[in-house]
Write a protein that binds this ligand. Sequence first.
Ligand code: NAI
Length: 402
Amino acid sequence: MSDTPLRIVVCGGGNGAHVFSTLAAARANIDVSVLTIFENEAERWTAAMKENIVVSFAGESCQVKAKPFLVTRDPTAVIPKADVIVIVVPSYAHAPVLKAILPYCRPHTFIAGVPAHPGLDFQFTHIFGSKAKECTLVVLETLPWACRLIEYGAHAQVLGTKEKVGAALVQGEDSNIPLDCIETLQRLIGDKPRLNLVQNSLVVNLMAKTMIHPPIMYGKWRNWDGKPLPEKALFYQGIDDSQSHFLAQISDEVLLTSQAVKDKCSKTDLDISPISHISDWVKEYYADQVKDGSSLKLSFQTNQAYDGLVHPMKAVDGGGYVPDFSYRYTREDVPFGLVVLKGIAQIVNVSTPAMDTVIKWAQERLGEEYIVGTELKGRDLPKTRAPQVFGIYTVEQLLLPS
Ligand code: NAI
């Protein structure tokens, strides 16, 4: 490309948006602006931003210092000039963000969901309608980092960086992006994690490990007596036989679904090999950190990357802690995770008793209804990203053009 800086708009105002926008702004020849339409975040971020935003890395002395040239709530100020739009928000915020940017996106823009969470491909195509034909969407399997804000608009910390992240393209038939999308995203995030291009966004949907949290929550709290615990329970490292059993069962159902998609679709070369069982995934993605990989339970219990991570719990008057069922492990990972997987399984006629059990339990905690019996016909199904919500009922429709 020419010397003209690449104009990046990062949509979002949380942990990941701070890290992404700062790391990208630190690269040469990149202009970064931030669009956050949420509450008064743009004003808060602008007021807090000093000379630079600092991104620090846990356990390391290095820091990255840079900042976006503008943080705004006004899409008209940034979207019409954007070469790349990177959306870094939880999946329940994807719809409002997509609707806010849609009227101002130029033709041939590339948009990235970092991360996507299952079903962003369906939702994007639905909301963008005919405009989706001129765009390319990149979906990432997960956020490249575990990260958190230390001081809003001023300091974010990276707790860990993944080794690799799966990515796929959803290419509109008239999209003509003058950039290599994966190479460009890689340039923005740096060398690590490596972005691995997989064949189709459906494969990324089935790879997503958002399926980990709900069965662990279910296994831990399904028989909870309502009494506060004296301290917060360990999340991954506290996993017991029943929790690892539910997790393995759901992973089995995802693999059965993946194989059924491959068997039933006309795309004979569909490569589902990036979709791995949770027992293999944990050892592959955390190769150096799992101390005993002899079982799924021990792989989680001895994974040093999970050191000290606890269940989402709230302190209560009178002392102790109770589980927080509104946290993203249920609020996000069920309607934008398990329900999407269940919807895909239903299209290829795979029964999912383990998913059904966990969805039923979680929907009661969330005060929602996604399934009735084993069928996806609950009153709140339209709030989810099950493919059926977007009129997708066949395996061919599941495979968006890549
Ligand atoms: P976050 O919780 O920091 O994001 C919150 C932000 O989302 C808000 O500050 C706001 O900017 C935006 N937002 C929320 N509701 C909105 C709405 N109704 N309309 C418009 N914008 C809204 O999220 P974080 O930590 O940046 O994570 C982003 C995604 O990455 C999530 O899906 C999360 O599950 C996933 N993830 C995060 C990890 C982490 O370590 N932070 C690790 C792995 C995955």
